[in-house]
Write a protein that binds this ligand. Sequence first.
Ligand SMILES: [Zn+2]
Length: 651
Amino acid sequence: MEAPAMRQASGTSAVNPGKGVLRPLATAAVKITGGLLAQWQQRNRTATIPHSLTELRKSGNLENFRTIINGNGLDFVGRYPFLDTDIYKTLEGLVYELARDGASELLEERDFYEEAVELIVGAQSANGYLSTYYQNPTTGKEAWSDLTWGHELYNLGHLIQAAVAAKRQLGDDRLLEVARHFADHAFETFGPDGIEQVCGHPEVEMALVELSRETGCPNYLELATLFIDRRGRGLVELNHFPAEYFQDNHPLRELPSVTGHAVRMGYLAAGAADVAAETADTTLFASLERLWQDMVNSKLYITGGLGSRHSDEAIGDRYELPSERSYSETCAAISIMQWGWRMFLATADTRYIDVFETVLYNAYAVGLSLEGTKFFYDNPLQRRGDHEQRSGAETDGDLLRRSWFGCPCCPPNVIRWMSELQDYIAVEKQDSLFIANYATATIRSGTMAVDMKANYPWDGNVLTTVTEAPEGEFMLAFRVPAWAKGATLAVNDEAAVEVGSGWAQVEREWRTGDRVQLVVPMVVSAHISHPHLDATRGSAAVVRGPLVYCAEQQDNETSVDDLIIDSAGVAQARTLDAAAPSLSSTPALGADVVTLTMPVRVAEAADAELYPLLGHSGTDTVFTPGTATLVPYFLWGNRQAQPMRVWLRTY
Ligand SMILES: [Zn+2]
């Protein structure tokens, strides 16, 4: 199939606010060329995307569009009315890959893109409506007849995001025309003179704001604002799940705490952050800051996962964070990064990126297998030996990650986020470049260009070399994570100075070849939990830099349930690479992977009761010295299904 003549692409990044403290860089201004993030992007291109295209074809997602075009009377394929979004999310990722250097080799990917675009254009109704589930006469359903479960506006949201990305990255506006037509139809139907309703699944809000940014049309922003303001007034018709599930129990501005279905909550908050940014709505923004802080303080797993309940895929109560039944849907991880990034652009506050980084390297990364073709839907922090891990609500299939799902929201979400990683590395404002996340990359902001070398997060040395210098003074700023104690910064041959958390800034006249060396010590430490967090009381989790570690049974001779750690042992932790002799049972977990080993005590409880009396001395427990070996949490579950723990006992 021949590619259409591509018009000029703006290369604008996925999120492009018109207001706020910081401006994103254009996608093409950042190229990730080495290290873990480059490996991830390479894997996305060569494994995850080809695998997913095959799965999407097999699952019939494209056929649903063809059925509408052909009017052939075939049934809608699949169980859910939102399966069109799997195509949209995949396309959103694909356009980044098709715009990258070397894309001419992606023949199948280009064919898929062309085929999908043609089908989407062809399936749209004359009035702009598009949902292959509701358009299919065999479902016997009317458009907009079930906003609670229909997901039609959610579909529109993902269509818009794919369309905006295609326009920005490829200069291809075919999908944008479809998206605008559908969005105009939605504006007529639900706008100021339309039906006062909201979609059961937030998502369209952030997409509408981005469409408004891309096209300059204020209607889309107005509609997004209406959807944010309407939610929380009991408009969602309830039949099975409670109002909290849809965040329809309180208006967002008054919501006491993040609640309900975790992915819905994250998407809603991200969309609200966009609305607040564009409308300069300070009270809405203050609510979002409050909700974010409350979430970080009481509802987020140490991995950055959100969602403690399999029931309703919901966020739990404050401090309800069980390890083995953590839900932490992969999509929820992405939604937290989307929300945090928008808060960061609005404020320049590095605390949002500290959380973003935790999510990226833990709750998000764990969702994908090492080879890139299997996915977790939910992400527990513990696996017990006799537990039959299944993913999401689906009861059959593999014990660990699986190739695809009947509800495959996560895999294409993983794809688009991997493709967009370069959009989240650095930002700018007048005569300043802010490096938010570290990778080996080239970065350009106007006439300032730098070459950054970092084997992050395995190593905390970040060397930035100026390759093109602007006239006059210019500021380079580097994020120093809150966990980085004793970080230092040195310019050229000057003495290194210690820098605290936040931004380490250097403003001066730069010359080509000037160097800035940031050293973020990757110290191994361990965290305990808040006293009200009952599920992990008496346990500690080991971290190194932004990485959370876990003990997998295959690396440890004694049961991971009987490893007892203490701060002295953690302080003696040594780093190993994955080829170390003690990890001989470990097939390569990847180049550069840092594994930890530390002295521990091993508990052996003779005839331990399930419920000993309070005051029981525990003298029948025998402790022997031993060693624990830990691997990065995001790499767990790539071998046999065996026990795993993030939280290790301290007694
Ligand atoms: Zn998902």
